[in-house]
Design a protein around this ligand. Structure first.
Ligand code: AMP
Length: 289
């Protein structure tokens, strides 16, 4: 497994592999790797002959007051996990490799329209601008044929898929279902911040989401009623503070009023346990009848 730290060397490597006819996959991450990330790696190995994982804690997607400085960075352990998972290349740039003109600042950004107004975007102003910009930079550095993202970050997935489509980015995107611990909690690099008591309560998020899914599958079409029941469930969880709980169209991410048979919705929540913010979601197709 090779570890590459500069954009120019990464591009040279990708050019050589492409010239040899190799199909390249990229799995972008911020490190602190867990089973969820490894599920993406495994999917990438099925999709391509050469798998690159990038590890970069992207400063431009952290908004004021967020956990950039204390974000976990266990690099040696991450490299060991990736080696064991059979990854071919790790792209591990530092901040100056990715943002070389820090002093004068970034003068070009990739912006999404509308899609960042809802869900996390309503509370993390500028976050998705950082995500779309860094993903564009990573794609231009690693030159993949296919990228693999987790559906745990559903809004991020929808935005990047739409960015590739709108900008004619010639890269395929694969979404991988959320990897969960046996009790239902979605694996997350931020779970390490939870106290044992918070960790014990956290699976309630997924239970609340599955209850909403069951209500939709049983025929409930009134989004306000679904949302009220979802919020009530989350607010009953000891130590939980609900930031949002929404039922939105799965493509345009706008809140819906009445669900329609066959039109997918995304049920998404963000909940604080102390200072730790957890997100989770389910996609649901309302049945006919
Ligand atoms: P992060 O390192 O948190 O930026 O995540 C890197 C990638 O891993 C993103 O595409 C995430 O959606 C994905 N990911 C994070 N947690 C999970 C999970 N529990 N299951 C599946 N994918 C995940």
């Amino acid at each position: 497994m090779d570890v590459i730290t500069t954009v120019s060397e990464m591009q040279r490597r990708a050019d050589a592999l492409r010239a040899a006819g190799t199909r390249l996959a990229l799995v972008p991450t911020m490190g602190a790797l867990h089973e969820g990330h490894l599920a993406l790696v495994s999917r990438a190995r099925d999709a391509a002959g050469h798998v690159t994982v990038s590890i970069f804690v992207n400063p431009t997607q952290f908004v004021a007051g967020e956990d950039l400085a204390r974000y976990p960075r266990p690099v040696d352990e991450d490299l060991r996990k990736l080696r064991e998972a059979g990854v071919d290349t790790v792209f591990l740039p530092d901040e100056s490799a990715m943002y070389p003109d820090r002093e004068r600042g970034q003068r070009t950004w990739v912006l999404t329209d509308q899609l960042d107004r809802y869900l996390c975007g309503a509370f993390r102003d500028g976050h998705f601008r950082g995500v779309t910009t860094v993903v564009t930079k990573l794609v231009n550095a690693c030159k993949p044929h296919v990228t693999v993202f987790g559906l745990k970050d559903a809004q991020q997935f929808v935005i990047i898929r739409r960015m590739f489509f709108d900008l004619n980015v010639d890269v395929e995107i694969i979404g991988v279902p959320t990897y969960r611990d046996p009790d239902g909690l979605a694996a997350s690099s931020r779970n390490v911040y939870l106290t044992p008591a918070q960790r014990a309560e956290a699976p309630a998020l997924y239970r609340a989401l599955t209850a909403t899914r069951a209500a939709i599958e049983a025929g409930e079409r009134d989004a306000a009623a679904l949302r009220r029941a979802l919020v009530d469930r989350l607010e009953a969880v000891p130590g939980a503070r609900v930031q949002y709980a929404e039922i939105v169209d799965a493509e345009v991410l706008q809140p819906v009023e009445r669900l329609q048979a066959g039109v997918d919705v995304l049920v998404a929540v963000a909940v604080f346990f102390g200072a730790t913010r957890l997100i989770d979601n389910v996609f649901v197709t309302p049945p006919a009848g």
